[in-house]
Design a protein around this ligand. Structure first.
Ligand code: AOF
Ligand code: ZN
Length: 342
């Protein structure tokens, strides 16, 4: 089979991967091709807790004759996993399906899931690594960085006016963005392991910080709620209504993330306020941003971002549009939502 058919297939896998959502798990895509390079099935990982890309592709492939499976190649953007986590292990699923060859782009070293390639080889599967590796590493560059740094992947929630304000001059801030934005934000809350806010936000807004549907009903999956900072939280605070919260008495984002990693948290949502947001951005500890913008100006009031120590344009904190399923900007009622990555 020509090498360019495999490259084309891996490109499809990389594009499919981008349909998923970032977080605790990497974006992963998979394509199964026959000996002539024609695509038999495709799959991708939709996000933490859902089937892996390889399993998704094998499900869509369905049963095929053993000799056809032996002739087939699975192209996957990340080394197949070798652990039983929330799903998996994919290496065994590929072996069980009788797939003859696996080509993966990036290695999955240093994770609980590592060792898939060795398991495949031991079962007689032909395994190759490195096809479009640079693209595959770039696809999840922040996820790899977070893992190497032994810290959770971080998502920043920014809900602001056109002039970047999160509260008016008198402190009023509810609600700057539309109900559609709020609903979206609650879905994100239900996906993360923990929400981080500063003591200032708790004292000013008294938020519940749980994840609710549009009728106010809590979702089954709730994030842990983390308050960072020194100030005392009153026992009657809304978030203290149940035990699912904790205070970390520190302003240092790296230290807080280190503690959360040790507590087994893989994905955190940074919700504010501005001093917390600024601290994470200043330390380059924001892995993606959901930016909700309401079509209003305030002209005064609290800015979402404070001093980042940027003195000249060349030092700006730069982000790029990061499409989810093809779109990096969407309309939520009267607002726009932009998805960005460093
Ligand atoms: C994914 N999607 O398509 C592949 C992954 O918690 P689990 O069971 O979902 O396992 C997550 C780990 O599995 C992940 O960190 C990565 O090392 C490996 N491979 N993960 O989420 C996929 N192939
Ligand atoms: Zn897997």
């Amino acid at each position: 089979m020509q090498a360019d058919r495999r490259i084309a297939g891996m490109r499809v896998a990389l594009e499919l991967a981008k349909r998923g959502v970032r977080g605790a798990n990497p974006l992963v895509g998979a394509v199964i091709i026959d000996s002539s390079g024609s695509i038999l099935a495709t799959g991708y990982h939709r996000g933490a807790g859902t089937p892996h890309a390889e399993a998704d592709a094998l499900t869509r492939l369905g049963p095929i004759p053993a000799d056809a499976a032996r002739e087939a190649t699975m192209l996957v953007t990340l080394e197949p996993c070798n652990h039983v986590g929330r799903t998996g292990p994919c290496a065994q699923a590929i072996i069980d399906a009788g797939i003859g060859k696996v080509v993966y782009a990036a290695k999955d070293e240093g994770s609980e899931a590592a060792g898939g390639a060795a398991r495949l080889r031991a079962a007689g599967v032909n395994v190759e690594q490195g096809l479009l590796e640079t693209d595959a590493l770039d696809l999840n560059h922040r996820w790899f960085l977070a893992r190497a740094g032994k810290r959770p992947f971080t998502t920043l929630h920014l809900a602001q006016t056109l002039d970047g304000r999160i509260a008016a001059a008198d402190g009023t801030s509810q609600w700057i963005t539309s109900p559609d934005s709020l609903r979206h934000a609650h879905q994100i809350r239900s996906r993360v392991d923990a929400i981080v806010v500063g003591t200032g936000t708790v004292l000013a807004d008294d938020p519940r910080l749980n994840a609710r549907d549009e009728h106010g009903r809590p979702f089954d999956r709730q994030p842990r709620r983390i308050v960072m900072g020194e100030r005392e939280i009153p026992a009657g605070a809304a978030l203290a209504a149940d035990a699912n919260w904790e205070q970390i008495r520190s302003h240092d984002p790296r230290m807080v993330l280190g503690r959360l990693h040790e507590a087994g948290i893989s994905h955190v949502l940074i919700e504010g306020g501005s001093s917390i947001i600024t601290a994470f951005l200043a330390e380059d500890l924001v892995d993606e941003i959901y930016l909700y913008q309401a079509p209003i100006f305030l002209g005064a009031g609290r800015q979402s971002i404070g001093d980042l120590g940027v003195g000249t344009l060349g030092d700006a904190r730069a982000f790029r549009l990061d499409p989810i399923d093809g779109e990096s900007v969407q309309i939520l009622g009267t607002d726009t939502l932009t998805h960005l990555e460093p």
